[in-house]
Design a protein around this ligand. Structure first.
Ligand SMILES: Cc1cc2nc3c(=O)[nH]c(=O)nc-3n(C[C@H](O)[C@H](O)[C@H](O)COP(=O)(O)OP(=O)(O)OC[C@H]3O[C@@H](n4cnc5c(N)ncnc54)[C@H](O)[C@@H]3O)c2cc1C
Length: 474
């Protein structure tokens, strides 16, 4: 960093979106500098030995259908920079109290066979949507625009706008299909009675069939490392251990793209933003937080339904009614006795995650924003319910309350991992309603984090679109 040099762009923050923005600018031959507060790159894509030596845990993201389904990631040569995707035999296991499990396989037909009398309805629902994924990806993973594929969007939209609990009851008669759809929709971190929560259930299941739910060899840090390596190969610079407190301290630049949420943007650059825009940013809503656990285990999880060992991810919460009640409680500011737990078991498929014969497990549940409540007993009880003997396999565990999650990364305000609520009102109009939501009224200042469309997840699309907006001016 020389004092007189003027960068075309600076990205503040090296999450998937900060790196995606920097890569997009560097690919257009612009000079780019990334400033990251922490000592390593990656934001939500970091891995660390959180429990015992030799046990590598994903601190935040673990399973990456959105990355392999992302039009942005698809064009990057990340394999040449060390990224290797591992595809477990099945995407998802949803165990039930009768000791069986619904398995979401890559094939729609094979999945529908585990759904009993709802098999045919599932096939009818999913086949056209899966066939449309490439068209839907462009529409769904980006800002609101006039659809290029109106028919595909209409087919999806007419289903997606329903509350997930209503659509599950309308489409399916049996508990198995309803339960698995509820778990998939639970990724919305909304109450499943809210409009458009069905969209999340549909997108997650389309991704399972269209592209799979892979994990990166070595943990999500490998995605960050590959992106950083590719950026450097394009001439981009990265400085870690460099928190940015105010815009005046940045080296000379023409544009700056902030991989932060509205609250931090106001703190860092507020005096450059008009009062009206600042006020609208103040109205941005953050959603529930997460309580996160990482386990080092003496062996694999002793699932009652052995087929759960074929999937990287498991959804623990039983029936549609139970999952809907848990997510509704969180929205009311309560801590459910039986939380909906999202669990990943990466070491079953990636031997680099744990010493031979040992295993790592990643699990979290939703809690009210800003919660300091310890959910560890309730999470362990949910795992034990479907895998008796689980507790006896625990060698060590690491926990983070919602407030700890924010302390780890200030972008997770109150523990909200999506950079703000993703309900119908704030899905496309994030951070505020604006023709180009990545721009701000201040010249040269852009927002590129998951607080812009399409929101949370490791897909890089927020960064890509923000960089495109900056490039138009550069
Ligand atoms: C427990 C958990 C589980 C998750 N699971 C998944 C999953 O399985 N799959 C998935 O796709 N997604 C998952 N996510 C969500 C995903 O991690 C986020 O949506 C994604 O990382 C958001 O990317 P981002 O670039 O917008 O921000 P972030 O990844 O949060 O990156 C922001 C970066 O900016 C840095 N920063 C912030 N302020 C400053 C500053 N002032 N100066 C300098 N640097 C700064 C931060 O240190 C951070 O590195 C999970 C998240 C969590 C916490």
């Amino acid at each position: 960093m020389s004092k007189s040099y003027v960068y075309d762009a600076i990205a503040v923050g090296s999450g998937p979106n900060g790196l995606a923005a920097a890569i997009t600018l560097a690919r257009a031959s612009r000079s780019v500098l990334v400033l990251e507060a922490k000592d390593t790159v990656g934001g939500g894509m970091r891995s660390a030995e959180l429990t015992l030596p030799g046990f590598v845990h994903d601190v935040c993201s673990a399973v990456h259908p959105l990355a392999v389904g992302s039009p942005f990631f698809r064009v990057l040569p990340l394999a040449e920079h060390g990224l290797e995707w591992i595809y477990p035999p099945a995407a998802l296991a949803h165990p039930l109290d009768d000791g069986t499990a619904v398995i979401v396989e890559r094939s729609v037909d094979a999945t529908s066979e585990t759904l009993g009398r709802d098999g045919a309805a599932y096939r009818r629902l999913m086949k056209p949507l899966v066939a449309d994924w490439d068209k839907l990806a462009r529409e769904f993973l980006g800002p609101l625009r006039f659809p290029r594929h109106p028919l595909a969007m209409a087919r999806f939209g007419v289903l997606a706008l329903w509350p997930a609990s209503t659509l599950a009851r309308l489409l399916f008669r049996g508990e198995r299909a309803r339960a698995v759809f509820a778990g998939l929709a639970g990724h919305s971190i909304l109450s499943l009675d809210q409009l458009a929560t069905a969209a999340f259930g549909l997108v997650e299941s389309i991704l399972a069939h269209a592209v799979g739910w892979p994990i990166p060899r070595g943990g999500s840090q490998s995605i960050a490392n590959a992106m950083a390596s590719y950026l450097r190969s394009l001439g981009g610079e990265i400085v870690t251990g460099r928190p940015v407190e105010c815009i005046e301290e940045l080296p000379p630049h023409r544009t700056v793209l902030f991989d932060v949420t509205p609250r931090q943007l106001v703190r860092i650059a507020g005096k450059h933003l008009p009062a009206g825009y600042r006020r609208r940013l103040g109205g941005f809503r953050y959603g529930p937080g997460v309580f996160k656990m990482d386990f080092a285990l003496d062996g694999p999880i002793p699932w009652k339904a052995k087929e759960c060992l074929r999937a990287s991810t498991a959804h623990l919460g039983g029936t549609l009614d139970e999952i809907a009640a848990a997510e509704r409680a969180v929205w009311k500011g309560e801590h459910p006795d039986r939380p909906f737990v999202l669990l990943a078991q990466p070491s079953l498929f990636d031997p680099t995650r744990a010493p031979a014969g040992k295993h790592t497990v990643w699990a979290y549940c939703h809690v009210p924003n800003g919660s300091t409540f310890d959910m560890s007993d309730r999470i362990k009880a949910q795992i034990e319910r479907f895998a008796p003997g689980f507790r006896d396999r625990i060698l060590a565990c690491h926990t983070r309350t919602a407030v700890d999650v924010e302390r780890y990364n200030p972008n997770y305000v109150g523990g909200d991992i999506n950079g703000g609520v993703q309900d119908l009102r704030q899905l496309f109009t994030r951070p505020v309603a604006r023709i180009n939501p990545y721009t701000t009224p201040a010249k040269g200042i852009y927002l590129c984090s998951s607080s812009t469309p399409p929101g949370g997840g490791v897909h890089g699309m927020c960064g890509y679109f923000a960089a495109r907006a900056a490039l138009r001016v550069l």
